[in-house]
Design a protein around this ligand. Structure first.
Ligand SMILES: N[C@@H](CCC(=O)N[C@@H](CS)C(=O)NCC(=O)O)C(=O)O
Length: 220
């Protein structure tokens, strides 16, 4: 079992879902290190990465000897291991149930629904799909946020990192309707210093990847 003081190491690439894990690390506010795994070169399928995540995917977080993949699980783990950051309702708090529901809702309903739509796959019977339908998924989220600042009301939590990342991504790629509710929620999250820190760190990382590796020497 890891101690909260153990080293946090994020296996990361930008752009990727790993940006969400890094945002969460910024919300936690503890020092962390980054190990780059270049998914454009397929490094996520090399044996040393497969030993961490047999799915060959990012993000992966190592905390001491604990290794976690799946973005929502990483966020849930960090919120629980660093309770001082106040990013999760305690296990006996009435909001713990809704908190877990939204953490699971995004990867198990939102992601497949939005992927299905993005791919233009034909509709399947509602009862067969775990997410019901794209319209039901979007309407459920919209209703939950319509009269609430965050997904749990006035209280920001790790669930907003997961819900917010999904909504921001859906808006960016025009896979979600630009409703007033989604726009307002997304703008509120964007104002958070932790998200700003992650965005500028990853923008710098992306810029450094596209920059020429060495400066050409001047002609004699
Ligand atoms: N269910 C995973 C999905 C992770 C995922 O699909 N990551 C992508 C980057 S956004 C990846 O690593 N793709 C590389 C590949 O599949 O080869 C999560 O939520 O963390």
């Amino acid at each position: 079992m890891a101690k909260s003081s153990d080293r946090l190491l994020l296996y990361h690439w930008a752009p990727s879902r790993s940006l969400t894990a890094r945002w969460m690390l910024e919300e936690v506010g503890r020092p962390y290190d980054i190990a780059l795994v270049d998914i454009s070169k397929g490094e996520q399928h090399e044996p040393r990465h497969l030993a961490l995540n047999p799915m060959g995917k990012l993000p992966v977080l190592a905390h001491g000897d604990v290794v976690i993949s799946e973005t929502a699980a990483i966020c849930c783990y960090l919120a629980d291991v660093f309770p001082d950051a106040d990013l999760a309702p305690a296990i006996d708090h009435p909001l713990r149930g809704p908190y877990l529901k939204w953490l699971f809702y995004m990867p198990s309903c939102f992601e497949p629904a939005i992927t299905h739509k993005a791919m233009g796959w034909p509709d399947a019977p509602r009862g067969t799909l775990g997410w019901g339908s794209y319209d039901a998924v979007v309407a459920t989220l919209e209703r939950a946020l319509a009269s609430s600042r965050y997904i749990l009301g006035d209280r920001f939590s790790a669930a907003d990192v997961i819900v917010g990342a999904g909504i921001r991504w859906g808006l960016e790629f025009k896979l979600l309707p630009e409703t007033e509710t989604f726009r307002r929620y997304s703008a509120d999250l964007l104002a958070r210093p932790a998200l700003q820190r992650q965005r500028s760190a990853d923008a710098a990382l992306i810029a450094s990847q596209s920059a020429p590796k060495s400066t050409p020497q001047s002609a004699p």
